[in-house]
Design a protein. Structure first.
Length: 257
């Protein structure tokens, strides 16, 4: 007997395959040479989709994580991009010149928005689908089982990292080694992250060997015990969205967007 699962949120009833197609189409459009207005509209569309999927809290955490990357991309381009209209310039050392140009500011904003759009596209795949849902979606497309495992394990690494960090901190607290100072917390976080990253890699290697011993790469039909609600409209949408994304990319390279 199969277990039928439904998601949460306004768009929670979408099939995992639909979310994967939405995310991939979003990423394809995000990498196109769009204008500032088009990239803002694209980014806001992704945020609305995540909010509709009930991922408001994770969306906020995602924006906090992407903000430093987008901000640094903007600053680097703002002071290093060559342009004709110079707004400010200075020379901190001999032979080292910095100049803020209007063209650099424009390109910096474009690059920052592209970082936000790309991260949002990845979030449309990773935040809206569980590991089981992603495995089901990729399995229905008949991808190699080992490739499916690598993709699912990579997207699941963050949750594993969080679980190991919680275990390590609880162990430190139980042994009376909890540190209250800011510097102590930073050193503990770096030490924990290094150890946890090694544990995640070892766990993935161990699982890979276990899958090889079970002959996971052998051809044959696989039956999933967990299924997801689907509809004809979603199946049609999974064909229309990639075609629409390719059309938007062609329009962007043509200078329309």
């Amino acid at each position: 007997m199969k277990l039928l699962e439904h998601g949460n949120g306004l768009w929670g009833g979408l099939h995992p395959q639909t979310w994967v197609v939405i995310g991939l189409s979003f990423i394809v459009v995000a990498l196109a040479p769009l204008s500032i207005c088009a990239r803002i509209i694209l980014w806001l569309t992704g945020c609305v989709l995540l909010l509709g999927a009930g991922q408001g809290r994770r969306l906020l955490l995602l924006l906090l994580a992407l903000a430093p990357v987008a901000g640094m991309s903007f600053l680097i381009q703002a002071v290093s991009f060559n342009g004709m209209r110079v707004l400010a310039q200075w020379q901190p050392f001999a032979g080292l010149n910095f100049a803020v140009t209007l063209e650099g500011l424009h390109f910096g904003v474009l690059l920052a928005l592209q970082v936000l759009c790309f991260g949002t596209g990845c979030a449309l795949i990773s935040l809206t689908t569980t590991a089981a849902g992603l495995r089901t979606a990729l399995g229905k497309w008949r991808l190699p089982p080992r490739l499916i495992y690598l993709i699912v394990a990579s997207l699941n690494a963050l949750s594993q990292l969080q679980r190991y960090v919680a275990i390590a901190r609880e162990s430190e607290r139980a042994r009376g080694l909890e540190r209250r100072t800011l510097g102590g917390n930073v050193r503990l976080a770096v030490k924990t992250a290094t150890t946890v990253f090694t544990l995640v890699l070892l766990e993935h290697e161990d699982r890979g060997k276990s899958l090889a011993q079970r002959r996971v790469e052998m051809p044959g039909r696989r039956i999933f015990l967990r299924t997801y609600a689907d509809s004809r409209g979603q199946k049609v949408a999974r064909w229309i969205l990639p075609a629409l994304a390719i059309g938007l990319v062609l329009l962007a390279y043509g200078g329309v967007l």
